[in-house]
Design a protein around this ligand. Structure first.
Ligand code: NAI
Ligand code: OAA
Length: 328
């Protein structure tokens, strides 16, 4: 018997990430090739944006996706999020050259207050929320705090692009396939302070740290390359990453919904105090997922270098949080 369709809300649906994301959701890459979806698409209530959204929907129609069970265009979060089971909050201003993601806080923060409130009122009580719009961790924190009647753990931020970038750099360095890398973690903020940590990573059961055996490469090449990859893409493309961001969003939601079979992935999630991170800070952690729930990988030893990096990214997140206090 075919499955009942689920509702997937996507904001910023006519933007560049939206364009790389919607077709993959509709083709079943996010929730499975047997899961029909109804897309509830939100754009700003502006003639040009709504017209562009209509164009994207025409193209979705033209794909004749068997799993696309319905599609709606919205200009208001209160209707776009009605009964939604999944919400991908992408719509926000992207950064340009020379900006840090936290420079977007003032421009984007109120979007997430309003959208958090709307989710609180009208979304499914089990809604799974992924915040992509930058600064992603703090925007997810704002949305969570603006939705007091929804469980905190329903709100997540996207660190998966950092995780995938780290995996790809390690694959290149070791000459091994990216799919063979296990137990990679990215701690903290989606910003250059994030700490991509391969101390526990393995390839075919062997320690990646021992295979690489180069702390200078870790500190001076690997971490800056992963941390500044977003800026490098902006510099090269003139626009911020879109297809790789959409791909990471698909990976994040798919793994959350369908499980990782014990494999570690990175998600930005509200802390419950794990690894000394204060409660509610939206922090990148290594997790495994099962039955639609994530679980932090606990008990990992944190050495002095790692603690220093974790403290740095935590400090930045707390400063961002302080900067939006007045909105909450
Ligand atoms: N977390 C991550 O790893 C990544 C995050 N991003 C962030 O994702 C966001 C979107 O990036 P792009 O798609 O490239 O930008 P874009 O400018 O191409 O598209 C954004 C779209 O959002 C719409 N929008 C703005 N405010 C909205 C609102 N309140 N409700 C609904 N829609 C709204 C705009 O009209 C526009 O169509 C940016 O903040 C960017 O920095 C980008 C790459 C990676
Ligand atoms: O760097 C940006 O502004 C876009 C982004 O978040 C990324 O590519 O990681």
């Amino acid at each position: 018997m075919s499955k009942k369709p689920v509702r997937v809300a996507v904001t910023g649906a006519a933007g560049q990430i939206g364009y790389a994301l919607l077709f993959r959701i509709a083709s079943g890459e996010m929730l499975g090739k047997d899961q029909p979806v109804i897309l509830q698409l939100l754009e700003i209530p502006d003639e040009k944006a709504q017209k562009a959204l209509k164009g994207v929907m025409m193209e979705l129609d033209d794909c004749a996706f068997p799993l696309l069970a319905g599609m709606e265009a919205h200009g208001d979060a209160m209707t776009a999020f009605k009964d939604t089971d999944y919400a991908l909050l992408v719509g926000a201003r992207p950064r340009g050259p020379g900006m840090e993601r936290k420079d977007l806080l003032a421009a984007n923060a109120q979007i997430f207050t309003a959208q958090g409130k709307a989710l609180d009122k009208v979304a499914s009580r089990n809604v799974k929320v992924l915040v992509v719009g930058n600064p992603a961790n703090t925007n997810a924190y704002i949305a969570m705090k603006s939705a007091p009647s929804l469980p905190r753990e329903n709100f997540t931020a996207m660190l998966r692009l950092d995780h995938n970038r780290a995996a790809s750099q390690i694959a290149a360095k070791t000459g091994k396939p990216v799919s063979s890398i296990e137990k990679l973690a990215v701690w903290g903020n989606h910003s250059p302070t994030m700490y991509a940590d391969y101390r526990f990573a393995t390839i075919d059961g062997k320690s990646v740290k021992e295979m690489i055996n180069d702390d200078v490469w870790n500190k001076d090449t690997f971490l800056p390359t992963v941390g500044k990859r977003g800026a490098a893409i902006i510099e090269a493309r003139g626009l911020s990453s879109a297809a790789s961001a959409a791909n990471a969003a698909i990976d994040h939601m798919r793994d959350w919904a369908l499980g990782t079979n014990g494999k570690w992935v990175t998600m930005g999630i509200p802390s419950n105090g794990e690894y000394g991170i204060p409660k509610d800070v939206m922090f990148g952690y290594p997790v495994t997922t099962e039955n639609g729930k994530y679980k932090i990988v606990e008990g990992l030893p944190i050495d002095a270098f790692s603690q220093e990096r974790i403290n740095l990214t935590l400090k930045e997140l707390q400063e961002e949080q302080d900067g939006v206090k007045h909105l909450l």
